[in-house]
Design a protein around this ligand. Structure first.
Ligand code: FAD
Length: 415
């Protein structure tokens, strides 16, 4: 038994009539046929066993299969289909990119287990970098090297403009001193896209610059942080008199704030799909958990599940509506809601899972899959409950997202 609220496996978009056979629709059909054939033939078992949301690293970092998979996608033009062939794409249209993201999400397939390189660094270097920096983009996309993003600091998270890691220009190099925190992948990273203060702190966002820092440079110390899941996927990074060539400045000096907004802009209409698809898979497993525990006739449980189905299906349609509006007007307020709503919903579903599983979820030992498999639950709900807090913080906390929604969606005055 599975919960099916995914219209046409996400391949037919709202607005396209089932009977019509316009040429762009046939192109989209051909695109999706080729994609499905590629994924059927090449998606590795390890990737198919992931649920699309959880990150799996061994002590040595990104596993070999994940590196090979990312490179294979790049080489066949399926990593970022909207990019040209030399950059891991095939010049796909926005609708085709949505089809791609929908199919990957439906299968729960990750493109990469270290997203900063392909999703943030490559677009930033392509948009703002000089020729030498732009030439680093293909390797970042292909996953040939691992990148981390050095933004947050102990006193500069939500308020990034307070960052104090300082870079002084001395001759032909910057000397960097300070500390970053929550730096994902720092322990395995080859490079850091690092946000530094290059002018007076009082200038706030007008005195921030961005440097490409070689993580092998003398003076860098990486201290992994243990998360409440038991895993360590991010770290504190300390910089003591770290020398960085002046040529590694990305964009103009003191204009780093502009670079914070670079991302795979042609995919921004569909990134929500993976979050919604992950919720749909959780829902299907919640139904399985209720059945396995003899709770499928329980009125309260049925109501909780039905409420969750309504919520998740509203999120999918909100996403599609946002995509249509984005295509028509270039703006989609709907998508501002989706990071907030999907991350909070993910946490609520995992909470429901722990209630359904009851004592069995107590038997889970967080952070250890083998312990979970002995607990007899459909999913490691207790582990997911603590893991899912991360999504409500990373990339902007729920409180900050609510403020943004209040301002940009509801039109309330800026605080
Ligand atoms: C899994 C994960 C991965 C991450 N990876 C990276 C990374 O690779 N690189 C990187 O640079 N950073 C990373 N971060 C850091 C992340 O960007 C910050 O945690 C986030 O910006 C919040 O900053 P903070 O933790 O300093 O909390 P703070 O900004 O100190 O906020 C603390 C609390 O106060 C609330 N708050 C703050 N300001 C306001 C306000 N104005 N109104 C209402 N409430 C407010 C917040 O919502 C929060 O509840 C990661 C975080 C997580 C969880």
């Amino acid at each position: 038994m599975s919960v099916s609220i995914d219209p046409g496996s996400g391949l037919r978009l709202p607005g396209s009539s089932p009977g019509s056979s316009g040429s762009s629709e046939s192109l989209d059909e051909a695109f999706s046929k080729e994609l499905r054939a590629f994924l059927d033939a090449y998606a590795p078992d390890e990737a198919q066993q992931m649920d699309g949301q959880r990150r799996h690293f061994g002590p040595d970092g990104v596993p070999a299969w994940a590196r090979e998979w990312q490179a294979l996608l790049f080489d066949h033009g399926w990593l970022v289909p909207g990019y040209p062939p030399g950059l891991g794409g095939r010049d796909a249209t926005a609708r085709q990119s949505l089809v791609y993201l929908g199919e990957m999400a439906r299968r729960g397939l990750p493109r990469s287990l270290h997203f900063p390189g392909y999703a943030i660094v490559a677009p930033t270097l392509l948009e703002w970098g000089d020729e030498a920096q732009r030439s680093m983009a293909p390797a970042a996309l292909r996953g040939d090297n691992v990148w981390c993003i050095g933004m947050s600091e102990p006193n500069a998270g939500s308020d990034l403009a307070s960052l104090t890691t300082r870079a002084e220009l001395v001759g032909d190099r910057f000397v960097v001193n300070g500390q970053k925190v929550w730096t994902s992948y720092a322990m395995w990273a080859d490079y850091c896209l690092c946000y530094v203060r290059t002018g007076p702190l009082a200038e706030r966002h007008r005195s921030i610059s961005v440097l490409v820092v070689d993580m092998g440079s003398p003076g860098i110390e990486v201290r992994p942080l243990r998360q409440m899941t038991g895993r360590s996927e991010f770290a504190e990074v300390f910089f003591t008199d770290v020398e960085v060539p002046a040529a590694n400045l990305v964009g103009a000096m003191d204009h780093g704030w502009q670079l914070t907004r670079s991302s795979l802009s042609h995919e921004r209409g569909g990134l929500w799909l993976q979050w919604v698809a992950a919720l749909e898979r959780s829902l299907a497993d919640l139904v399985g958990e209720a059945r396995a525990r003899g709770l499928s006739g329980d009125r309260l449980v049925r109501q909780q599940l039905a409420r969750a189905v309504c919520e998740v299906s509203c999120l999918r349609w909100t996403g599609y509506r946002g995509f249509e509006r984005l295509e028509a007007t270039g703006e989609a307020p709907e998508h501002l809601l989706l990071k907030l709503a999907t991350s909070e919903c993910g946490r609520a579903l995992a909470d429901l899972g722990t209630h359904l599983a009851g004592a069995a979820s107590v038997a889970e030992v967080t952070g250890r899959e083998e312990a979970w498999s002995g607990a007899g639950t459909v999913r490691p709900w207790a582990h997911e409950l603590v893991a899912n807090f991360a999504a409500t913080i990373a990339g902007g906390t729920s409180e900050i997202q609510r403020d943004i929604v209040a301002e940009r969606v509801l039109g309330l005055p800026r605080r």
